[in-house]
Design a protein around this ligand. Structure first.
Ligand code: GLN
Ligand code: ZN
Length: 761
């Protein structure tokens, strides 16, 4: 009997039940008991769902009220000093304070830093450790959730973040090396493993995804030390889980660790199977990650079967398990709930529940069960229909991509020349001021959109409403005295969805929610076919806004890499190809904006950096096609048209050359929180084009004064030629209110004027 196991299940709930329970708890409308009851209900439902889908061993402790890395920190009592008093008094409040910060009754606790979980769109909380960090077993979440399932008659495999990954994902606030804490951490893992064994757990899954990244000798030594230590303690059997890529040069390390089983990702890295089979001792369990936990496509079961049978040919059936490639956290819950998609498109997809059913079919097929044949046939038919569908393939798009030449990806002249023509066309002062695009998305704006969507507000009335918002926004910017204006983005819900909805090749689910962080979920568009643009997407609002003012109106687009990165992408062609198609659609939009009289166009690429592959060796390839895609979208315009881009993060050191290669005339970036420190990268590299370092943080309602911004601008002028500097906030203003937005922008314009005065004198 081939065994199917699962590495993790989405916890948010098919209807985002956990989100709603959390948010009403945070608003004080429900109490902790109600929140915990919803959480328990979801766990029960998900265990049963997995069992019914044919999973022999579902995971436990994969649930979290907020984040599994935060859970791990709390479990080991790695609670930073500032939260300790609260956490002792009220553990749940302490937990949420670490996750979200807390401002109440004179306490002001800022949250732990949040960052992306490997190359996913999930964000985890970064544990803060110190050189003298102590660890103790502080809570019993893994144990109690294991017991909870057991009481339901379901035998689970508890999941723990492995010790080396935990330390590597944490940061030391005093600059020490987190891995140096390993020896203190291991006894606590041992204690926990002993408890799980006593409770009856046969296996524990230790997630060590850092094994698919580049590791230095210290990290490798830490792995050896950790797992040698854990080999000798009383414990359940250990499954070492790796995912998101190939083990590559860490294969020998991973297969030499004294554990009882190894999970490998054969979706991202099918080519590693042979090497794994050769390296892994025959007595160990090999868990094959055969179904993609990162995407929503129905699996090509025949291909998966080939891999599984190949593995079977090399090892006994008792040592093989089937599983998804990684936790299903990154996948929506159940396609059965999906009413919005047409039947054909739906037949091409599989969400978490369906993926587990696919694994069951694979296992049954391996066991020679006749029942599997029907399911395999259905899968084959669906794959075939998708492969051949005219909805997927557009010959004109493919031909256009194939015909691209180097000239299509380059402006006609270098920036130094373009700059002169742009200066003439735009007539801007020194230190020109602008914003990043969005203005406050007030309750009114969101309500009008919702009412229009549900049919309560007619399209004509909604249009009139948007026109009024836009006109108001333009008026306010003129009053404030900004130099390059924006239309405010009131018509947009989400910066990717807005474009996806207007492009061919995109589909939208009704309930395809994926957790982004805490209670926040995203519903990524599904790119299923060749991408094309049936009609202009933004020209109308940009042209209207330009008609209201003599100042230049900046057009506003989401860039090809960001659209790609924040969608579920095709698995039947490369990301590079899909990105190029999006780039061509955007190129047409850029050209149309220019033809409509828009002289500055911003192409946002906030996701450029997060698309970086997990292994450095693959970075250059990615950066090459990503940069080319951006340039294809930006290069169809005349020299006098100014192309802007925007990125809202602060780490540019290792990608600065690619950022320069985008050849945008102006780039705006986030800098105010790091007090302009990140400009070092731009200065050291001698960044050739113009740059707008954010002069104030838009993430808080705080209104900075002019003097503060003058100081930041002076700092920037120290490292960059003042003639290249723009003045703008860190990012878009959609989450802010009007009063603070107006005040902050007035102060910002004041700061620019001060700088102009200094330069003139
Ligand atoms: N133009 C977008 C805005 O202002 C940019 C958003 C972003 O950088 N994420 O909202
Ligand atoms: Zn931004």
């Amino acid at each position: 009997m081939t065994i199917v196991t699962n590495l993790g299940f989405p916890r948010i709930g098919a209807r985002r039940e956990l989100k709603h329970a959390l948010e009403s708890y945070w608003r004080g409308e429900t109490d902790a008991a109600q929140l915990q009851a919803t959480a328990a209900e979801l766990r029960t439902r998900h265990w049963r769902l997995q069992r019914d889908a044919g999973v022999d061993v579902p995971p436990s402790n994969d649930f979290s009220l907020y984040d599994q890395v935060l859970d791990t920190a709390v479990l080991f009592d790695a609670i930073p000093q500032r939260y300790r008093a609260l956490a002792q008094r009220a553990p749940l409040d302490g937990y949420f304070a670490m996750a979200r910060g807390l401002q109440r009754d004179g306490v002001d606790l800022h949250a732990l830093e949040m960052t992306k979980w490997f190359d996913t769109n999930y964000h985890y909380l970064v544990p803060e450790l110190t050189r003298d960090q102590a660890f103790t077993l502080h809570a019993d979440k893994p144990l109690s959730e294991y017991r909870e399932a057991r009481a339901l008659g379901i035998e689970t495999r508890p999941v723990l973040l492995g010790p080396v990954s935990f330390l590597r994902l944490s940061k030391a606030t005093d600059g020490s090396d987190t891995l140096a804490l390993l020896d203190r951490l291991l006894p606590v893992y041992a204690q926990l493993l002993a408890q799980l064994k006593d409770a009856g757990a046969a296996w524990v899954q230790l997630d060590e995804p850092v094994l698919v990244q580049d590791l230095d000798d210290t990290a490798r030594a830490a792995f050896e030390r950790a797992y040698r230590y854990l080999a000798d303690v009383p414990r359940p059997q250990l499954l070492l889980a790796t995912y998101f890529g190939a083990l590559d040069d860490n294969l020998a390390l991973a297969t030499s660790l004294p554990v009882d089983g190894l999970h490998v990702d054969l979706v991202r890295a099918p080519e590693q199977l042979d090497a794994v089979l050769r390296a892994l001792p025959a007595t160990r369990i090999l868990s094959l990650g055969l179904v993609n936990g990162r995407n929503i496509w129905r699996a090509a079961l025949d291909n998966a079967l080939i891999l599984a049978r190949y593995a079977l040919g090399h090892r006994g059936p008792d040592t093989l398990w089937l599983a998804p490639s990684c936790s299903l956290l990154h996948c929506p819950v159940d396609l059965g709930q999906e009413k919005k998609l047409d039947a054909e498109l739906r037949s091409w997809l599989a969400f978490s529940r369906q993926k587990l059913q696919e694994l069951r079919v694979l296992a049954d097929a391996l066991d020679g069960k006749a029942s599997a044949e029907v399911a395999l046939d259905q899968a084959r038919a669906a794959i075939e229909s998708r492969r051949r569908s005219p909805r997927v393939h557009n010959a004109a798009v493919k031909a256009r991509v194939a015909a691209l030449t180097a000239t299509d990806a380059a402006r006609a002249t270098p920036h130094v020349q373009r700059q002169l023509q742009q200066a003439q066309a735009l007539r801007l002062p020194a230190f020109p001021t602008t914003t990043i695009g969005s203005f406050p998305q007030t309750q009114d704006v969101r309500l009008a959109r919702a009412r229009n969507k549900s049919g309560k507000l007619s399209d004509a009335d909604y249009d009139a409403f948007l026109a009024e918002q836009t006109a108001h926004c333009v008026r306010v910017q003129e009053q404030i005295g900004l130099d390059v204006l924006v239309h405010g983005e009131f018509e947009r819900n989400d910066m990717v969805e807005y474009f996806g909805e207007q492009l061919d090749g995109f589909a939208f689910t009704g309930n395809g929610w994926v957790q982004s962080y805490g209670s926040r979920c995203v519903k990524p568009p599904v790119i299923f076919g060749d991408v094309s643009r049936p009609a202009p997407m933004t020209v109308r609002w940009s042209r209207y806004a330009q008609s209201l003012t003599d100042k230049p109106m900046k057009g506003m687009l989401t860039g090809p890499v960001t659209v790609l990165q924040w969608s579920f992408v095709r698995d039947d062609q490369s990301r590079a190809d899909t990105c190029t198609q999006i780039a061509l659609a955007l190129r047409d939009e850029v050209n149309d904006l220019e033809a409509a009289g828009i002289r500055a166009i911003q192409i946002d690429e906030p996701a450029l950096r997060e698309g970086l592959p997990l292994r450095r060796a693959q970075w250059q390839d990615y950066l090459d096609w990503a940069v080319r895609a951006f340039r294809i979208s930006a290069s169809g315009v005349a020299d006098a048209t100014q192309i802007h881009t925007h990125m809202c993060y602060a780490q540019f050191n290792d990608i600065i050359e690619a950022v320069a290669a985008l050849d945008a005339d102006v780039i705006s970036i986030e800098t105010s929180r790091s007090r302009m420190e990140l400009l070092d990268a731009f200065a050291r590299f001698d960044y050739p084009n113009q740059i707008g370092p954010g002069v104030y943080d838009i993430h808080s309602p705080r209104v900075p004064d002019s003097a503060e911004m003058v100081e930041l601008l002076r700092k920037a002028s120290d490292v960059l030629p003042p003639g290249k500097l723009w003045v703008n906030p860190d990012c878009g203003l959609k989450t802010r209110g009007w009063p603070e937005t107006r005040a902050a922008l007035e102060a910002m314009v004041g700061a620019a004027r001060t700088l102009r005065g200094e330069v003139a004198a």
